[in-house]
Write a protein that binds this ligand. Structure first.
Ligand SMILES: Nc1nc2c(ncn2[C@@H]2O[C@H](COP(=O)(O)OP(=O)(O)OP(=O)(O)O)[C@@H](O)[C@H]2O)c(=O)[nH]1
Ligand SMILES: [Mg+2]
Length: 452
């Protein structure tokens, strides 16, 4: 087994970098590269090397991430230092640069983690909100593996039961149908239900941020609203209609994760110029790909004629310029919600917000609403399955179980039922990697980055 080395942090200038080494040559590497390192297990030591003074930690096998001897080095984050260090390490016999995902692959091959946990590592590194992160952490502790293993065990018991049935029937010649039908059907149906519920827990793992598109008439206050939400003068704002032409994406950091606010060019029934026309077309295209469409309306002036049509297309309406509308109506300026706009608005159950940006009214409430919409606090914190590979295995097991249930009413099908049960179990065992072939492992680990 060769010893592998890789930079575990992104290449670039940083305060520190992390270089990871795993394999049997770790002790030789320590002797040659870190002559004064005492190799006290799991203890950080400051050591001098030919290129840098760095922190080193030694994790002896088998109590390490990969199950092999591991050396972790923390040099200063200078790409030149990192390159020289790795070059020197690679000169030690039996040492080479790691391939993509090779550290994780070794952890799997040495029984440190199963395949669901290896895949969860990918989720953990790409999680961009607290829900995805919490789920990845649950997967990493083996929550799904445990469920899958129990199901595989149940299938094994069914197989054992079937074996007994075969022997019994042959020896004694009792009425197989009557005896087998009830308990076996119930057990298999339970397995089927569990597989169906697992299938429903699939969530596509996407790293794309939710897209919140703000649209409405020119000058409605779309760009101003985005600036207020992100608390930064990020977008150009002016009293001249048509300030925003190209759509602009601005990330909004909410407590549980990020969403992408998208500013668009104002819409009107007639375009004043060719550029106007193109800008409006772009706005319509952007709206089609939105996860949430916010219609922005300046409530201090008459409603635009297209209002009803736009409102139908919107998920939420935000009324801006409440401060002006209030002062004109001489009504009490309340923080939010109490103000009744002068123009009759058909809200049709749609969520509506009143904002007055100069007074920062309604902005906090709108931010909280976005947090509720995109990161709702769910009662049940059931773990989701995010791997299409795992779901494909669950579907395969489910098909086998369905076929077995159909065959249960046939008197001469015990062996075929036993075969389907074995196939179902194999499909489940390949989820955790108890059964795996090289092509599956390659597909999983080669999608990882080097050093992982
Ligand atoms: N008083 C008051 N002024 C606002 C409010 N919101 C926006 N404005 C002003 O309204 C004008 C237009 O705001 P913008 O944010 O540029 O409007 P827009 O919808 O992005 O306009 P276009 O980019 O032209 O489509 C600016 O002068 C803002 O300062 C508000 O709630 N109250
Ligand atoms: Mg604008």
């Amino acid at each position: 087994m060769s010893t592998i080395v890789a930079l575990a942090t992104p290449l670039g200038v940083s305060a520190i970098a992390v270089v990871r080494v795993s394999g049997p040559a770790v002790k030789d590497i320590c002797k040659i590269i870190l002559p004064n390192f005492d190799m006290k297990p799991r203890t950080a030591r400051l050591v001098n090397t030919f290129i840098d003074t760095l922190l080193a930690i030694y994790f002896p096998a088998p109590n390490s991430h990969t199950g092999e001897d591991i050396l972790e080095l923390f040099p200063h984050g200078n790409p030149f230092i990192v390159r020289k260090l790795i070059e020197e390490i690679c000169k030690i016999p039996g040492t080479r640069l790691a391939e993509r995902g090779e550290f994780t692959e070794r952890a799997f091959l040495n029984g440190k983690i199963d395949l669901t946990q290896a895949e969860a590592l990918g989720d953990l590194l790409s999680a961009n909100n607290s829900k995805k992160l919490a789920n990845a952490r649950k997967l990493l502790t083996g929550e799904i593996s445990a469920e899958i293993k129990t199901l595989a065990e149940n299938l094994k018991e069914v197989s054992a039961l079937l074996e007994l049935e075969v022997d019994f029937a042959e020896d004694v010649g009792v009425d197989e149908d009557a005896r087998r039908a009830l308990p076996l059907r119930k057990v298999i149906e339970n397995i089927q239900r569990h597989l169906q519920s697992l299938k429903k827990r699939f969530r596509v793992a996407t790293n794309e941020l939710p897209r919140v598109v703000l649209f409405g008439a020119p000058n409605a206050g779309k760009s101003t609203l985005i600036n207020a939400l992100v608390k930064e003068e990020r977008l150009l704002v002016s009293e001249v209609p048509g300030t925003t032409r190209d759509f602009v994406e601005v990330p909004l950091h909410l407590p549980s994760g990020d969403v992408l606010l998208i500013d668009t060019a104002g819409l009107a029934s007639e375009a004043q110029s060719n550029i106007d026309k193109q800008a409006m077309q772009k706005t319509c295209e952007i709206l089609e790909k939105a996860n949430l469409k916010i219609l922005v309306i300046d409530v201090s002036i008459d409603l635009p004629p297209e209002f009803k049509e736009w409102e139908k297309n919107a998920d939420m309406v935000v009324l801006t310029h409440i401060d002006i509308a209030c002062s004109e109506l001489r009504c009490k300026d309340t923080p939010s919600g109490d103000f009744v706009p002068a123009t009759p608005l058909q809200k049709e159950g749609k969520c509506s917000f009143n904002v007055a940006v100069p007074k920062n009214t309604g902005i906090k409430e709108l931010r909280e609403k976005l947090e509720d919409i995109f990161f709702p606090k769910e009662e049940s914190e059931e773990v989701w399955i995010t791997s299409e590979r795992q779901i494909a295995c669950i579907k395969k097991a489910e098909e086998c179980v369905e076929r077995a249930l159909e065959l249960l009413s046939q008197s001469d099908a015990i062996e075929t039922i036993a075969f389907e049960m074995r196939e179902a179990r194999n499909a489940l065992c390949s989820i955790t990697g108890e059964i795996s072939d090289e092509s599956i492992l390659n597909a999983i680990f080669s999608s990882y980055c080097i050093g992982k």
